[in-house]
Design a protein around this ligand. Structure first.
Ligand code: URP
Ligand code: ZN
Ligand code: ZN
Ligand code: ZN
Length: 494
């Protein structure tokens, strides 16, 4: 526990320069249960100038130190939301709030770091990331970038290298859907995967069969004019694309990250690949764990349109299966899905109404950046599907960020209808959020400041790339030999 938190502490030191006056830079969090992804123990945590200086059973301090009593509460790393779209121009409009507003909401919900998707501008990744650097200038919370690849040519390939080597990004998202807009075909997907492999970057996919979805939606629109629920994106087409992406990543021999896993079909493809030793990561999103399709059938357009996203929120049953796949089974010592995002891409009711006469034009996206930590606590920990240490593992990525939250397991509160179809009572409440050593959320009040968030660079060749070249790309063509086989098994046992 100590070494983990001290590791976190060392990364906190970078934030010194952002600690401003107004809030004490010396904090003692007293008597809480300190939790990381592996352990929990009752301890005091002392923070000075943004650094966790010490964690001990009892720490004595002077009057100049602000003391926060955490007795009976959990002291945990702040959450990381690996999938957001703030200030995203999409489907003829732009998401409701910018980086500052979205981040403030996140901090109020115990998330202290997020990774947003840079969308290329006029086909250029450089222009795209420059635009996002500008959007993020006022950040009040740490952030990183994934880069979306929406076409393929030599320039794109060169620019990917620039993004990794000069911009500190290490992940690229490929859209297998949104035909005519962001979608790319299998040939380009393969090119992109190969480039990711050579750069040690992580390939991510939006996995749906974009051709079939497009045809299905057009046909439904023609046939039914505008029945709202004709939003046609069946779970089989999510499963198909997930399987295809997995097989192509295996062919290239590069790790794969499947974003917004919404269905049993996709989840099972990921499970199968992981069991065979392939390096595949699956990310469900809070709305997919908490909601079901029935809201799309709501007679009120506004209520229904609020839940429209791609891939869609599925029928009851998918939600429970996705939940279960986040917990470690007794027989299977690893989980199928590894972390929870939000895919926060929020549009207001006026923007959603762009699709009132044609469901195909409803801007796709849901909320959740503020609610994720609470929803995962309520759905997963309260129901005893996962432990508190598992909770930390699923909601905050190790090492990227060292901020702290204090969660009271005995306080229940109401998540209001902002992101949700209806009010929802949840148990467990983030009462305090500390970002960069500053208390930014306490007593239901935000104290955030422009420019206090840092851009977090993410290096290539992570643990996912480790040793992967030892597995030749066409190994399956080699004649089997007993010793060769066991070696392959060894290399695949990840
Ligand atoms: O509907 C969604 N998911 N909107 C955000 C864009 C994306 O595909 O992630
Ligand atoms: Zn997507
Ligand atoms: Zn609900
Ligand atoms: Zn997304």
């Amino acid at each position: 526990l100590m070494s983990q938190l001290l590791l976190l502490a060392s990364s906190l030191s970078r934030s010194n320069q952002f600690c401003d006056a107004g809030t004490s830079s010396k904090l003692l969090i007293k008597g809480g249960t300190v939790v990381n992804a592996h352990h929990q123990q009752v301890a005091d945590v002392y923070v000075e100038d943004g650094i966790i200086v010490s964690i001990k059973s009892t720490i004595m301090v002077g009057d100049e130190v602000t003391v926060i009593d955490a007795t009976g509460k959990f002291v945990m790393p702040g959450g990381t939301d690996p999938h957001t779209h703030l200030e995203f121009e999409f489907m003829g409009t732009e998401t409701v709030d910018g980086f500052f507003g979205g981040q403030a909401a996140a901090l109020a919900g115990g998330t202290t770091m997020h990774i947003d998707f840079v969308i290329p501008r006029k086909g250029s990744l450089t222009a795209g990331i420059e635009a996002y650097e500008k959007k993020a200038r006022k950040s009040c919370m740490d952030y990183g970038f994934h880069i979306a690849i929406t076409k393929w040519d030599e320039t794109m390939s060169r620019e990917m290298e620039l993004m990794v080597k000069e911009k500190g990004t290490n992940s690229f998202k490929f859209f297998m859907a949104y035909k005519g807009a962001l979608m790319i075909n299998d040939e380009f997907l393969l090119e992109g995967f190969k480039k990711c492999k050579s750069l040690g970057a992580l390939a991510m996919v939006h996995a749906e069969n974009g051709d079939a979805v497009d045809e299905g939606q057009k046909k439904n629109y023609r046939t039914w004019n505008n029945c709202f629920i004709c939003f046609y994106e069946p779970h089989q087409l999510e499963g198909e694309a997930t399987a295809r992406a997995i097989h192509l990543a295996d062919f290239v021999n590069t790790p794969l990250y499947v974003v917004h896993v919404m269905s049993i079909d996709a989840m099972e493809e990921i499970a199968k690949a992981r069991k065979s030793g392939q390096r595949v990561i699956g990310e469900p999103v809070a709305s997919g764990l908490a909601l079901d399709e029935s809201w799309l059938w709501h007679p009120d357009f506004e209520t229904a349109a609020k839940q429209v996203m791609s891939p869609p929120i599925r029928k009851r049953g998918h939600d429970k299966a996705l939940q279960a796949s986040l917990s470690t089974g007794v027989l299977v010592p690893f989980t199928t899905l590894q972390l929870v995002g939000t895919d926060r891409c929020a549009f207001n009711s006026t923007q959603k109404a762009l699709g009132i006469d044609d469901f195909q034009k409803i801007p796709n996206g849901v909320n959740g950046i503020e609610e994720r930590m609470h929803l995962v606590w309520d759905i997963m920990v309260e129901s005893v599907q996962i432990s508190v240490t598992d909770y930390v593992r699923l909601t905050s990525t190790n090492g990227s960020d060292a901020d702290i939250i204090i969660l009271n397991p005995n306080s229940s509160f109401e998540i209001t209808a902002k992101s949700h179809h209806s009010k929802l009572d949840t148990n467990g409440k983030v009462e305090v959020t500390i970002a960069g050593g500053r208390v930014v959320w306490e007593n239901n009040e935000l104290k955030v400041a422009h420019g206090t968030g840092r851009y977090i660079k993410m290096p290539p060749f992570s643990y996912l790339s480790d040793g992967i070249d030892k597995k030749g790309c066409l190994l399956s063509k080699l004649p089997p030999s007993p010793s060769g086989e066991s070696q392959i098994q060894h290399l695949k046992s990840f």
